[in-house]
Design a protein around this ligand. Structure first.
Ligand code: ADP
Length: 758
């Protein structure tokens, strides 16, 4: 029992829910339904324009739905038809709730008054196109609101008069339709205030009648006022515009009217009203009505437009200058520019835009080109500058450990390109000489820590050929991070090998000069001793000789000592004079032809005498390169004698026993090679070069032992060099020395130019 009660409750609930939801489904959607009831047919221009005006206003389909009806009552006018029509509409709208009805023209208005409420209910009504609205008695003006269809005949007559001041007669064409009669009455009323206007009515019934009447009454200086023209043509009237030829072919005078739909190669113009304006106004009124807005006057004024057909005005030869400004000129042939003004303006603006864009692009391209050109120029200038300065460029990126080296950099190290050099952050140390690397890194640290504004170092760098070359390295850190760590560093390398070599030579020269200075001091010290010794001997023995107590033998002995000391002194002085002359460039080499063999013989004698004096067991051997007894040569005999004597003196001095060889051989190309060989103490290899230097002796103490100035070989070498020859030696310590020198000279087998005196 309880179960049954429960299930009944559920059923009732479901039923209620269904009713509620069904009700909400049945609710009308949120748009309004409007009926436009036209008096006439859908091909009638006036009706078409009104409909267009109404539909324009209700163009939003989500808000309004418009049902357009055409009663076609201009063509079908009988009560039975209208009654039947009312039944059809009743049936048609039986299930539709209509929110308002718009009525266009008189017939529809009358129809609505008869059947409207029954068909659509007590809905608000907006009307237009009703030219006799004021004649309705007891009209509910709270429900019926609309726009006048009031044509302004009075003003139109004024305009006609101003356009055609010579007007003889105005032919007023009308018809016997309801509207025709209304307009005719309106005309008569308006014309009554123009007593000067000569007009006559032509009520059109049939085409022929109209034609005949027109022909009969038409003449120049007349005009037509067209009020209405619906002639019965086998039961139906035609459009007024379709009757245009009927008038134009029979009476060609200006035609005035008040309907805008008559424009188009027909009427000339007038103060016209437009069907579209009527429709729009009626629709606006309807909108206000159904949306509950106030519509203050129940009857709104209609809009009038003074409009003329440009072609017709000109055809009729009317002076319309007085109308300009206030009248709309239709049918005016547009000049091509006017006609396509919008398009032309569009095209012009597109072209202008394109032109501006192209110009802007060209400018950008040009600027880019100039910038590229400038960049190229500065790059090539930089390149040329680097080339000219023989500098290689390096650029280090510490963020990605990227090393950029210029082509020139690679070429300076004899590589063809930087890739071949293949240097990066990990292996750059290999590029530098190990001795130079630490001081280079020190210079980098100084720069990095801000102690020097630029990085500069000199270091030897390894070339592809495996040699080190000196480079000057400059650089600068151009970017650092927030921790002041370098981000980017750039710089150059410049080859300074020759500069370094020059510097080294200068250094050596300086050292040599210092050494020479040192040697000169030593020389002077030695010389003073050397000079003093013979001088002391000379003076001491001179004193002894001056003593009366000495025997003649003793005196002779003393004199010999004095002589030998004097000779020694002379030798020293000669050497000093010679070296001074050589150094100051005053020593001149003479060219004389003399007997070489006799010079060698003389030297042999001197040498033997010296050996004898030194009491040494040494033998002198002379080698002659030529067996010819009269072997003459052309060179400086005095200096050759000096050279050979110096070599022989040294040989005797540094040889205790054995033999000394003196001689020459004949070389090709007009040169002789002399030699002096001994079996003495020899000269160690390390001393072989220095003995030719000034004031140099192998052992500076030897001067005490052997005497000499240390200038002999220096003078010898200088003399040989001045005579375009060369000197060299070959020696073995404790075995002996061999001195050789070459001497370019002419050989002559004839008498000498002058007698020899060495
Ligand atoms: P000096 O006039 O002092 O001999 P030199 O210029 O002639 O000066 O010689 C320089 C030095 O060369 C000598 O002091 C000697 O040490 C060495 N010297 C020259 N000739 C010989 C030689 N034949 N044998 C060994 N030493 C020599």
């Amino acid at each position: 029992m309880a179960d049954k009660l429960y299930s009944n409750r559920i059923f009732s609930f479901l039923l209620l829910w269904l009713i509620v939801t069904n009700q909400s489904w049945a609710q009308k959607e949120e748009f309004k339904d409007i009926v436009l009831l036209n008096s006439y047919h859908p091909t009638f221009k006036w009706t078409v324009d009104i409909t267009r005006g109404v539909l324009n206003e209700f163009s939003n389909p989500s808000e309004y739905r418009v049902f357009v009806e055409y009663m076609d009552s201009k063509r079908f006018q009988n009560e039975a038809y209208l009654k039947q029509l009312s039944r059809i509409y009743l049936q048609k709208y039986s299930n539709t709730t209509i929110d308002g009805v718009i009525i266009s023209d008189n017939n529809a208005f009358d129809f609505f008054l008869n059947y409207g409420d029954k068909i659509w209910g007590d809905v608000p009504v907006a009307f237009c196109g009703n030219n006799s609205i004021l004649e309705y008695k007891n009209l509910d003006t709270t429900r019926f609101k609309g726009v006048k269809e009031q044509i302004n005949i009075d003003s139109t007559i004024n305009i006609i008069k101003s356009l055609q001041p010579e007007l003889e007669e105005l032919i007023v064409i009308s018809d016997s339709t309801n509207s025709g009669e209304i307009f005719s009455n309106q005309f008569k009323k308006a014309a009554s205030s123009h007593p000067d206007l000569n007009y006559s009515f032509l009520i059109a019934r049939t085409p022929d009648q109209l034609k005949t009447d027109l022909k009969r009454r038409c003449s120049k200086n007349k005009a037509i006022y067209l009020l209405s023209l619906y002639i019965d043509r086998e039961g139906f009237p035609r459009e007024m515009l379709q009757e245009a030829p009927l008038i134009l072919n029979n009476c060609y005078v200006p035609i005035y009217s008040n309907w805008d739909f008559l424009f188009g190669d027909f009427i000339t113009g007038g103060l016209v009203i437009r069907g579209k304006d009527q429709g729009e106004k009626a629709a606006k009124i309807m909108k206000d009505l159904i949306n509950g807005r106030q519509v203050p006057p129940w009857l709104s004024e209609n809009r009038e437009i003074l409009a003329f057909d440009y072609k017709q005005l000109n055809k009729a030869g009317l002076n319309y200058s007085g109308l300009k400004g206030e009248a709309v000129l239709l049918n005016k042939p547009e000049n091509p520019f006017e006609k396509y003004k919008q398009e032309l303006l569009g095209v012009a603006s597109v072209l202008s835009f394109m032109l501006i864009t192209i110009l802007a692009l060209l400018r950008v391209i040009n600027q880019k080109k100039i910038a590229e050109e400038q960049l190229k120029q500065s790059e090539s200038r930089l390149e040329m500058a680097l080339e000219g300065a023989n500098e290689g460029l390096w650029d280090l990126d510490f963020t990605n450990y990227d090393v950029f080296l210029s082509q020139r950099f690679a070429r300076l190290l004899k590589y063809s390109n930087p890739n071949e050099l293949n240097i990066g952050f990990t292996n750059y140390e290999n590029l530098f000489h190990p001795s130079d690397f630490p001081q280079m890194m020190e210079a980098y640290e100084m720069h990095k820590t801000g102690h020097s504004p630029l990085f500069h170092s000199e270091a030897r760098m390894l070339t592809k050929t495996g040699h080190y070359i000196w480079f000057s390295i400059h650089g600068k850190i151009i970017e650092t991070d927030e921790n002041h760590e370098p981000v980017r560093m750039v710089g150059t390398i410049t080859q300074i090998q020759s500069q370094k070599e020059f510097e080294n030579k200068l250094k050596e020269a300086k050292e040599r000069a210092e050494e020479s200075d040192r040697l000169k001091s030593a020389f002077l010290a030695n010389m003073s001793h050397e000079i003093r010794t013979p001088m002391n001997a000379i003076l001491g023995f001179t004193d002894l000789i001056m003593n009366d107590m000495i025997t003649p033998e003793e005196g002779k002995k003393y004199l010999e000592v004095i002589k030998s000391s004097g000779e020694n002194l002379l030798n020293i002085i000669n050497d000093i004079i010679d070296i001074s002359k050589i150094e100051s460039g005053q020593l001149k080499i003479k060219q004389e032809t003399f007997d070489l063999h006799s010079l060698l013989g003389e030297l042999q004698d001197i040498s033997e005498n010296l050996i004898f004096q030194g009491r040494k067991p040494i033998e002198i051997i002379v080698h002659k390169g030529s067996e010819n007894k009269n072997f003459f040569i052309k060179t400086d005999p005095f200096r050759l004698h000096q050279i050979l004597l110096n070599l022989l003196t040294n040989a005797i001095k540094f040889t205790k026993t054995g033999h000394i060889e003196l001689g020459y051989i004949i070389l090709d190309k007009g040169a002789l090679q002399f030699f002096v060989k001994d079996t003495g103490q020899g000269i160690a290899p390390k001393h072989r070069n220095i003995i030719f230097e000034r004031f140099r002796q192998v052992d500076e103490t030897s001067i005490r032992k052997f005497g000499g100035t240390g200038l002999g070989l220096a003078i010898t070498k200088s003399l040989i060099s001045m005579m375009k020859g060369n000197i060299w030696l070959d020696s073995e310590v404790n075995k002996g020395s061999k001195f050789y020198f070459s001497l370019p000279c002419e050989f002559k087998l004839k008498e000498p130019d002058i007698p020899a005196s060495y």
